[in-house]
Design a binder for this molecule. Structure first.
Ligand SMILES: Nc1nc2c(ncn2[C@@H]2O[C@H](COP(=O)(O)OP(=O)(O)O)[C@@H](O)[C@H]2O)c(=O)[nH]1
Ligand SMILES: [Mg+2]
Ligand SMILES: [Zn+2]
Length: 315
């Protein structure tokens, strides 16, 4: 008996697509060519896609029991650099509700430039970023650590302080992930795999050692996979993805992804204004008046420069 249902692609191995339908998971195949409506790139499903499948449970369970017949429109995509062509990006997941940017307070030291880049990347894909500051057990001065992060919480970014050693913040992190598809990303060694193991005990993700400085060759998982949370929702680690990059953002639109610039938009003498060298710039004025954080503005300038040189980057 064949039935058509809508499920979520949670894992892809070779030609097999594993599709979750409620509590069940089916091994599925795709046949022929089909196009994803409303999406120009990639005509094959990625992890996170909502797909229509025809399932035949009377087929032997060592064979694929499902056939993917259609991919529903994606509401967001998660990209990485295409390893075979560094000028391009490749979609590796879709329909992500939340990106959790995991940084450690120490070992490695919190890198705000990288945090700001990742915020822009998430914002430009329309995905809500949540900031997780891990390894709080190593913080020398908790108050100053939290004070440094105030700029982000005042911008409306939810900031969670965690430690996989003391268990601090784990429940809070878990709660915001319920019934959503969440991705953990951030620098290597910040504790992403350790956090996932605390959130969903039993998931066998390997934890790397912090002693390796390059981060190369110690990533233990190579495929991208959504793990089901017992209490509902899916979570994914991003091993081997060195940085959640900014793709397809034009110089002129960068300021949109810096929330604190929004209220000054349109008030500069020149239009468009890159808020970098132009006279009569309202953003620079706000910076001088202390209304915009200097570190954030520094990140803006850095990213702006990188966009100039990466102008030819294609989505
Ligand atoms: N002190 C401390 N160490 C942690 C914490 N979370 C993870 N670690 C350690 O940091 C290292 C890197 O962790 P891992 O989860 O592999 O990081 P990932 O590269 O982001 O997945 C490992 O040695 C972990 O044991 C934490 O909250 N506190
Ligand atoms: Mg890891
Ligand atoms: Zn300006």
């Amino acid at each position: 008996m064949e039935t058509t249902m809508v499920g979520t692609v949670v894992r892809i191995k070779g030609r097999d697509y594993f599709v979750a339908l409620g509590e069940k998971e089916y091994r599925c195949t795709i046949r022929g060519k089909f196009r994803i409506k409303g999406v120009v790139e990639g005509s094959i499903p990625v992890v996170g896609d909502r797909v229509e499948v025809r399932v035949d449970e009377s087929l032997p369970s060592n064979e694929p029991q499902g056939l993917i017949t259609n991919v529903l429109p994606r509401k967001s995509v998660f990209r990485r650099v295409d390893p075979s062509n560094r000028q391009r990006s490749r979609v590796i997941a879709s329909n992500i509700d939340e990106v959790c940017l995991v940084f450690s307070i120490r070992e490695p030291e919190l890198n705000r430039r990288m945090l700001d880049r990742m915020i822009v990347a998430a914002e430009s894909e329309g995905i809500e970023p949540v900031i997780c500051i891990n390894k709080m057990d190593l913080a020398e001065n908790r108050d100053s650590a939290e004070r440094n992060m105030l700029v982000y919480s005042s911008l409306g970014y939810r900031t969670i302080y965690t430690s996989t050693v003391t268990g601090e913040g784990i429940d809070e992190l878990k709660n915001i992930m319920l019934n959503k598809i969440s991705i953990l990303t951030g620098p290597s060694g910040s504790g992403k795999s350790s956090l996932i193991a605390r959130i969903q005990p039993g998931l066998e993700l390997k934890v790397g050692s912090v002693s390796s400085r390059t981060g190369k060759g110690r990533h233990t998982t190579t495929h991208f996979e959504l793990h089901r949370l017992d209490e509902g929702g899916y979570i994914a680690d991003t091993p081997g993805i060195r940085e959640f990059g900014i793709y397809g953002v034009a110089k002129e639109e960068l300021s949109r992804y810096f929330r604190e610039f929004a209220s000054f938009e349109g008030q500069c003498r020149f239009s468009p204004c890159t808020h970098s060298h132009e006279p009569g710039c309202s953003v620079k004025k706000a910076l001088e008046e202390g209304l915009i954080d200097g570190e954030r503005y520094g990140s803006y300038l850095r990213i702006l420069e990188s966009l100039e040189t990466l102008r030819s980057w294609k989505k």
